[in-house]
Design a protein around this ligand. Structure first.
Ligand code: TEU
Ligand code: CA
Length: 594
């Protein structure tokens, strides 16, 4: 029987794998130190709000149904109006799009559908003119199989590019098992007949893994990163970077890593930190840039090694524990029908706050291009609650002590499209998982139902600009269906409404930007066991703020023992804020305490 590789279970297992973090000295060497605020370790990337754009779905300028760079350029004033500081663009490099740009065939060119290098240069200029910074995706665990390096590598065993990838000659027999994310058979080894050998691909067959052991590969990657920094970009978000280091003798995985545990093994190559230090030395240290790892498989025990300043590796990472909450173990991305437990949610986010309380710096996100829409997954997208719960989640994200990564469209309260049929999906993950379940005679209907909540395409539907045809995203035929609720949920409508999700987001961003207490203030969880309300304080320089969030459709009480009669309401998602700790459904409140 084919075992479903459940990365959700994997992330849940992270929790079991944790040991407590080391304590130590505070950060030194801070460029913004000793300013009038008296806050140590100030950095622009700690104070930034990052806005993520999925270029394929943001704005199509030429009517071919696919978003592009000119489209993004035409919307820079909108992005600026949000108050955000940094734009993270998903990959825009040349790609045959087996995995929507995460399969790169030329790292120094722009994807044809997205435009040209001139378009890129003027987009970057437009961002910088508006004081917006640009973070690019760095996808270097693997390339596309159509990259010139791989074309060469597969020609012969003696080709100079052979060792750019991981090969296993077939006369040695089958290599020991490695799991693949997007492969119909979960097999990360693909047999390639020209040289009678298998190559390694942790993701799709068209995403062969690069061999970081080879110093030439590292040189090529560092040169390429320098090329983009010389163009003026401000940082990189590093795709699955923790899995670049492999034991290239490819031993069989220890029994303790079998099944769902297999992915932990991918984080155990041993040289990750050496490679990142080399990258820091060769590239990152030369620029005032930001770097953030997609922290796949990183635990509270290993996080510090990647992000503490004295390590000279990266600035930040994002963990997967939060987004794994509420899924059933052993099933592919399937929600527990009872939903998730707020207690667990609080526990995970409080724990990750404490990890970085004294050293390093965290990130926070509730959605991205790999996750469903924030409001569907963590709030409530029923018509009565969509706006309120979406504002409540925005309040949470922007009031935690970590750099917030906010996914474009969430500021409108966009929600999951929930396709009924596999034919509507475009994502290789959904399509290949469907094939896998069909092959093994599994329950396809159950899978499709689960995908309505968890599929990645839910967050990739076209951006909703206005109520014109195709939500103003394209004049052509969109590459992925537009959510039919675009007639109500769109930028144009929300601009007109002072109470819209959009305007709430702007207010909340402004509150964070104007009050460093929301960035740096010490976080303390209150009323831990409360199953309905999430309460915490933030404290800085003798000031104290209180955040109260009702995660339910009922009125609920925060039991915090704080007299709120003299507290000042700094933001509320209802017109008439509560003053007695009793919160209306999905109410979100931030108070300044006297
Ligand atoms: O994601 C890596 C990763 O962890 C995903 O496989 C994730 O677990 C999955 O999407 C959840 O369903 C990164 C990129 O963010 C993703 O878009 C790419 O497909 C993947 O790497 C391969 O490059
Ligand atoms: Ca286009």
């Amino acid at each position: 029987m084919i075992k479903i590789l459940s990365r959700v279970t994997f992330t849940v297992l992270v929790i079991l794998f944790i040991s407590s973090c080391k304590s130590g000295k505070n950060n030194q060497n801070n460029s913004m130190d000793n300013d009038s605020t008296g806050i140590a370790g100030r950095k622009w990337w700690k104070e930034a709000v990052v806005y993520q754009i999925y270029p394929r779905s943001f704005k199509d300028a030429n009517g071919d149904g696919v978003g592009d760079l000119k489209g993004i350029a035409s919307k820079l004033d909108y992005i600026k109006s949000l108050g955000v500081d940094v734009i993270w663009l998903n990959p825009i490099y040349a790609s045959p799009n087996d995995d929507n740009g995460y399969d790169i065939s030329d790292y120094r060119n722009i994807m044809k559908e997205f435009g040209t290098m001139d378009d890129f240069d003027s987009l970057l200029k437009g961002m910088h003119e508006r004081g917006l910074k640009l973070v690019m995706d760095l996808v270097v665990n693997h390339s596309s199989s159509e990259h010139e390096w791989f074309r060469q590598s597969r020609i012969s065993r003696t080709n100079p590019y052979r060792d750019y990838y991981h090969w296993w000659n077939a006369e040695r027999g089958k290599p020991s098992a490695r799991y693949s994310f997007f492969d119909v058979h979960n097999d990360a080894w693909k047999y390639d007949s020209p040289t009678n050998a298998y190559y390694l691909h942790y993701f799709s067959q068209k995403q062969p893994d690069l061999n970081w052991e080879n110093p030439k590969v590292r040189r090529e990657i560092f040169d390429m990163m320098n090329y983009w920094f010389r163009k003026g970009i401000d940082g990189f978000r590093m795709d699955v970077i923790p899995i670049i280091s492999k034991d290239t003798s490819f031993p069989s995985m220890p029994a303790s890593f079998h099944g769902d545990w297999g992915l932990f093994y991918y984080n155990n190559g041993g040289k990750l930190n050496d490679y990142l230090q080399e990258m820091n030395h060769e590239v990152l240290s030369k620029y005032d840039c930001m770097s953030v790892a997609e922290g796949m498989g990183v635990t509270t025990a290993t996080a510090h090694d990647l992000v503490d300043e004295d390590r000279h590796e990266l600035n930040m990472l994002y963990h997967f524990e939060g987004v794994g909450i509420g899924y059933l173990p052993g099933k592919f991305k399937t929600m527990d029908p009872k939903g998730y437990k707020l207690a667990e949610f609080k526990e995970v986010y409080s724990k990750w706050d404490s990890v970085f309380e004294n050293r390093g710096w965290g990130t926070i996100y509730l959605g991205n291009h790999d996750q469903p829409r924030m409001v569907t997954r963590w709030g409530n997208d029923a018509p009565d609650w969509r706006e309120l719960s979406s504002k409540m989640l925005t309040t949470f994200l922007l009031s935690m002590r970590a750099t917030p990564y906010y996914f474009g469209g969430d500021e409108l309260g966009m929600n999951n499209i929930k396709f009924d049929r596999i034919e509507d999906y475009r994502d290789i993950e959904s399509i290949n998982m469907y094939r896998q379940i069909r092959e093994r005679g599994g329950d396809l209907q159950e899978f499709l139902n689960a995908q309505k909540i968890s599929a990645r395409d839910n967050s990739r539907t076209p951006f909703q600009w206005d109520s014109s045809v195709n939500s103003g995203f394209t004049t052509g035929s969109p590459w992925l269906k537009v959510n039919p609720n675009y007639k109500q949920v769109n930028v144009a409508a929300e601009e007109m409404d002072s109470n819209s999700c959009l305007n709430y987001f702007r207010k909340m961003v402004k509150l964070r930007k104007e009050n460093l207490i929301l960035v740096y203030g010490r976080y303390r969880l209150l009323d831990k066991e409360n199953p309905d309300v999430y309460s915490y304080t933030r404290e800085l320089n003798g000031k104290k703020w209180l955040v109260l969030l009702n995660f339910t459709t009922k009125t609920a009480s925060a039991n915090i023992g704080i007299d709120l009669t003299k507290a000042i309401v700094r933001i509320d998602n209802y017109p008439n804020p509560s003053t007695d700790g009793r919160l209306k459904p999905y109410e979100a409140l931030i108070y300044e305490l006297p």
